[in-house]
Design a binder for this molecule. Structure first.
Ligand SMILES: *Cc1c(COP(=O)(O)O)cnc(C)c1O
Length: 466
């Protein structure tokens, strides 16, 4: 499989190249040349397969000859063997039509483990036997950071620098990052919000003295391999609920548009998805884009769902590219306009293309808290605030009778204990595997959001690549 940049001018790469590069050299995002399709028969054959076997069937066409099937099986079994539930991503029924897909049984209790555990192994596999090194730079609003750090801590050939907005991630989230003391792990608290940290990461990638010397790579959901790994659980869940014969709807708590873009890819591959609901908190740029075509950023409001406190959703570019006829030069112009003014209109083709599959909902804090209480009282399920945004959106949908709707449960409730306790009165306990988090030593530095400060720090601590 060949990978093209959404902005049309970066080199065309294979799966290995796209995985190691992360962001494309023209600041675009890599997408596969075509969407592999699966017939209804091939989808039906997934019934009963383990999660790892399902992953192999879904991912093999995207990986092409970068890995043999046995190598891929080996990596999938290692990655998903670290999950604490045998189903990896189990379904839980809330009422007749409402379901949860629990994506938080990985080492750091967030859905990001599903993709990042595998990505860490891809990096190691693709670097072994070369004298190349990789310097991973990322910005996190919480969960990406801990999941990425867990995935690469102590791995040969890789250094990781993770930027988080100071004071804007939960204590559990911060400690899951800052208590990893491996010498290749560097945590940086940035004086600013998530978008500021993310913009700084983009600037570092566009600075050759850093990007080339240290072989910078991304693990934010701009990395294609992550999205690919997330496509798997849409198939896994739908098949268990009667797919492909019965269409299934999904409600996805959304920030960077990565998780929900994976659902779009599943639909393009042939999975019958009745509706893909983009659920946002009050930071609603995606809701406005999908309802009235207005993609314009406001200021980020802090909420109880920090992983969704985002006003620029990187992966939305991939959707606009695909729906806009895959014209890299037109998209580059559209994105340059957005970067200059902070606003853009979707084209008719983009709006109409999205309307066929996507719904969207903006969920305010009251509705979020109500969804948490509803899950508790009606189904005995304690859910985290992000999941509650998705569930509130799911419960607003009017679907044809018999269509199940699956809310992606993106974090374990214990990661957001204060918010859960405020809404439900119940204080979730941390699972045993992270029980001593508050006794561990922390290590991080705090810096202004400038290229000078952070760039110098990276240069002082990273290893040049050959
Ligand atoms: C990252 C994250 C999201 C948002 O996912 P995107 O892929 O960025 O849209 C939602 N919920 C939780 C708990 C997350 O960690």
């Amino acid at each position: 499989m060949r990978y093209f940049s959404t902005r049309g001018t970066a080199p065309v790469l294979d799966f290995r190249g796209a995985t190691l590069a992360g962001l494309a050299a023209d600041c675009g995002l890599y997408v596969p040349e075509t969407w592999p399709t699966m017939s209804p028969e091939a989808i039906a054959e997934l019934a009963g397969l383990s999660y790892a076997e399902t992953a192999i069937r879904i991912m093999a066409p995207f990986i092409g000859d970068a890995l043999t099937e046995d190598e891929l099986r080996d990596l999938c079994e290692t990655a998903y063997g670290r999950f604490s539930h045998a189903a990896v991503t189990p379904l839980v029924q809330l009422d007749h039509d409402q379901w949860l897909l629990e994506l938080f049984h990985g080492p750091t209790l967030a859905f990001k483990d599903v993709a990042l555990q595998l990505l860490g192994l891809f990096f190691e596999r693709f670097l072994t036997g070369t004298d190349k090194r990789l310097t991973i730079i990322g910005a996190t609003s919480g969960d990406t950071g801990s999941a990425a750090i867990d995935a690469v801590a102590g791995r040969e050939g890789v250094d990781i620098f993770m930027l988080h907005p100071v004071g804007r991630v939960s204590d559990v989230q911060r400690r899951q990052m800052t208590t990893v003391l491996s010498p290749n792990v560097h945590n940086i608290a940035i004086e600013g919000d998530f978008d500021t940290a993310q913009a700084l990461v983009k600037t570092m990638f566009a600075t050759p003295a850093l990007a080339d010397t240290y072989a910078l790579s991304a693990v934010n959901s701009i990395n294609w391999a992550r999205l690919m790994a997330q496509v798997v659980y849409y198939f896994y869940a739908a098949v268990r609920l009667g797919g492909p014969a019965r269409p299934v709807a999904f409600a996805v708590p959304t920030g960077n548009f990565g998780d929900v873009f994976a659902g779009y890819v599943a639909a393009r591959m042939g999975l019958p998805i009745a509706r893909l609901v983009v659920a946002t908190n009050v930071n609603d740029i995606l809701h406005r884009a999908l309802t009235v075509g207005d993609y314009s950023k406001g200021t980020v409001e802090q909420t109880a769902t920090p992983s969704m406190d985002i006003q620029v959703s990187s992966n939305f570019e991939r959707l606009l590219f695909d729906l806009g006829g895959r014209d890299g030069h037109a998209l580059a112009a559209q994105m340059k306009g957005f970067e200059a003014t902070g606003a853009m209109r979707l084209t008719n083709a983009q709006s109409q293309g999205a309307a066929g599959l996507f719904g969207s909902e903006r969920v305010d804090p009251d509705d979020m808290a109500m969804a948490m209480r509803w899950a508790c009282e009606n189904a005995g399920q304690v859910i985290d605030p992000h999941t509650a945004i998705g569930l509130a959106a799911a419960r607003r949908q009017q679907l044809a009778p018999g269509i199940p709707i699956v809310t992606l449960a993106t974090a374990h409730p214990a990661k957001f204990r204060d918010a859960v306790e405020r809404a439900t009165g119940a204080r979730p306990v941390l699972p045993a595997r992270v029980g001593d988090l508050f006794e561990r030593e922390e290590r991080y530095v705090t810096m202004p959001a400038t290229l000078a400060a952070v760039g110098d720090y990276v240069a002082a601590h990273a290893h040049p690549s050959r």
